[in-house]
Design a protein around this ligand. Structure first.
Ligand SMILES: *Cc1c(COP(=O)(O)O)cnc(C)c1O
Length: 368
């Protein structure tokens, strides 16, 4: 089977992990520090912290963005991995579903603009599959909200699938919002489990550095017990073994993302006009962690591709219909209703050979 996901492990990871094991530094240590510094250099901002996973990054982002008091709403998309939305509930906030743009599969910014109200504490956007949300447009919407209501809801970007994605020529994480990245095994940049939160300012960085470790300043004098916790926090630290893998994988991640992009360009050319299949819209800077398409008769498509040895998947189910939330948070979402059952993802990653790509195109073109 041609896989939909494959875990990249750079050869440099082995020696770094072995070194950590040899020295017995497995909690917090030099590889974690080095990884964090490397990420700061890469994104060109000191305002970021590494964390134990992307879900923690979302959780901490909302805590920083919305403040510790419970209550209030977060506008969000239902077409995402559940981590995005359960982080809202974990912070004691309410979900307000926003419809999906069927062209991009990202949140529909028109619907989002309409749903901003005095109850809105934050806005969550997901760059699904690596497709950048139009952050300029979002910023203009928030300008209008600020003019209308006298406050500006914070923006949290779920960049879990969007390492390497740019908007306006700049990497995600540099547009003044709270940006959560995942370094889960299958993501573009893999630690195994790991994550990162980029924050907009120095004050948020100071809080994030403390809150990822119970609210304690790591440099505090714990020997003499001479320290204070001004604000309680979590155990969201990234471990040394994960940091070692991430550090090694950073060396070649750009090349892998480039291969995703080249494979996507190939599919764009080869799959245009195939009956029963619709491509998503394109945007400058897309990193194509996934390659979603919209198909007629998805069950038949999945059966056909599986029989042809190609792993394809819906990847997620709309979150708003899960039993745990469906009665508490309801919104009419006509665009999502119309597109949801047609979305499926085909392999696009660095591991595809030219033969694999041609095989995938041939299987699709022969119909389902
Ligand atoms: C992977 C993913 C996450 C969660 O990241 P973890 O590192 O697994 O906690 C969150 N949101 C989206 C959209 C994801 O794809």
């Amino acid at each position: 089977m041609i896989p939909l996901f494959k875990v990249a492990v750079d050869p440099g990871a082995g020696p770094l992990v072995a070194e950590a094991l040899r020295t017995g530094v497995l909690g917090h240590g030099p590889r974690g520090e080095e990884f964090e510094e490397a990420l700061r250099a890469r994104l060109g901002t000191p305002h970021l912290v590494t964390l134990n996973n992307g879900t923690s990054a979302l959780h901490l982002a909302l805590r920083l963005a919305a403040g510790p008091e419970p209550g209030g709403e977060v506008l969000t998309t239902p077409l995402t991995f559940e981590a995005t939305n359960w982080a809202i509930l974990a912070n004691g906030l309410r979900i307000r579903w926003v419809d999906v743009d069927p062209g991009t599969l990202n949140v529909d910014l028109d619907d989002l603009a309409k749903k901003i109200s005095p109850a809105t504490r934050a806005v969550m956007v997901v760059h699904w599959a690596g497709h950048p949300v139009d952050l300029d447009r979002l910023s203009a919407i928030l300008d209008d909200a600020e003019a209308a209501y006298g406050f500006r809801p914070a923006v949290v970007e779920d960049c879990a699938q969007a390492w390497g994605t740019t908007h306006g020529g700049r990497p995600l994480g540099t547009h003044g919002n709270f940006c959560a990245f995942s370094f889960h095994a299958t993501k573009h940049l893999a630690c195994g489990t790991g994550g990162m939160l980029v924050v907009p300012d120095e004050e948020s960085l100071r809080r994030a550095l403390r809150l990822r470790f119970f609210g304690i300043d790591r440099r505090a004098d714990r020997v003499n017990g001479d320290y204070d916790v001004p604000e309680w926090g979590y155990n969201f630290y990234l471990g040394e073994l994960s940091a070692a893998v991430g550090l090694a994988n950073l060396a070649n991640v750009d090349g892998r993302v480039e291969r995703h992009r080249r494979n996507a360009a190939y599919f764009d050319a080869e799959l245009a006009g195939v009956p029963g299949l619709e491509l998503t819209e394109r945007a400058e800077g897309h990193s194509f962690w996934l390659y979603p398409v919209k198909v007629a008769d998805r069950p038949a498509f999945i059966r056909k591709m599986t029989a042809a040895g190609v792993t394809v998947s819906a990847v997620v189910r709309r979150n708003d219909t899960h039993t745990s939330v469906r009665d508490a948070f309801t919104s009419a979402l006509p665009a999502l209703d119309a597109v949801h059952d047609r979305v499926v993802h085909i392999p696009v990653g660095w591991w595809l050979s030219e033969r694999d790509r041609a095989h995938i195109v041939g299987a699709i073109r022969s119909g389902w």
